[in-house]
Design a protein around this ligand. Structure first.
Ligand code: DAT
Length: 194
């Protein structure tokens, strides 16, 4: 049984513009913006707030889906998070916003967008967020080392992983336009298979 609408992951280092892209894309496409950070926060799927790193503590090692789905379920530290996403995402129509993507089984995902930002611009954006120096440096290193891009390529087929630049406001518009065209194509080719 096919999905009527695609599921898209928008990922990348914190500060690259995931939320900005997802909000505009949701507005233009009618797909739903699903911020995993928000889900973790609202549904209490976390082990508390890390003050130093200013983020919710989710044990990502234990929620890896690279293993088979059964162990994915058995290993997950916060079953509520899995239940929450397991019921909703497979139906399609979600833009998933998170700084990691290997949580989601391949079969759920139709496109993975990895946003990239030049280090000087990313530095300024993270500094504006008052990130502590340790976290700022950690995120800059992660961006320079292409950690999220590698993770996306390891977790999904190369054909569905797209790397897009997010340096200026114009990039947001052109990236969203490009994804909109992809969504329309996806819908057309999926209809043919129904
Ligand atoms: P993320 O969700 O990846 O953490 P965000 O969308 O919250 O990132 O953006 C962080 C900040 O950077 C926010 O003030 C908006 C700005 N920003 C994001 N993408 C941008 C772009 N392509 N051009 C200019 N500013 C951008």
């Amino acid at each position: 049984m096919g999905r009527g609408q695609p599921n898209i992951i928008v990922t990348g280092t914190p500060g690259v513009g995931k939320t900005s892209h997802c909000e505009l894309l949701a507005q233009n496409s009618g797909l739903q913006h699903l911020s995993i950070n928000q889900v973790v926060k609202e549904r209490s799927c976390h082990d508390g707030w890390d003050e130093e790193f200013k983020s919710w503590i989710v044990d990502e090692d234990k929620v890896s889906t690279r293993a088979n789905p059964a162990s994915f379920k058995a290993n997950i530290k916060s079953p509520q998070l899995l239940d929450a996403i397991e019921d909703e995402i497979p139906q399609g129509g979600y833009i998933i916003d998170w700084h990691a993507c290997d949580l989601f089984p391949k079969r759920w995902i139709d496109l993975v967008v990895v946003l990239r930002t030049d280090s000087t611009k990313l530095y300024d954006r993270l500094q504006a967020r008052n990130y502590p120096e340790s976290k700022l440096q950690e995120n800059l290193d992660s961006e320079i080392m292409e950690v999220l891009l590698e993770e996306a390529r390891e977790s999904y087929n190369d054909e569905i992983v797209v790397e897009l630049q997010s340096n200026d406001a114009d990039d947001i518009e052109s990236n969203v336009e490009r994804i909109m065209i992809w969504i329309e194509d996806w819908k057309k080719s999926n209809k043919e298979h129904d």
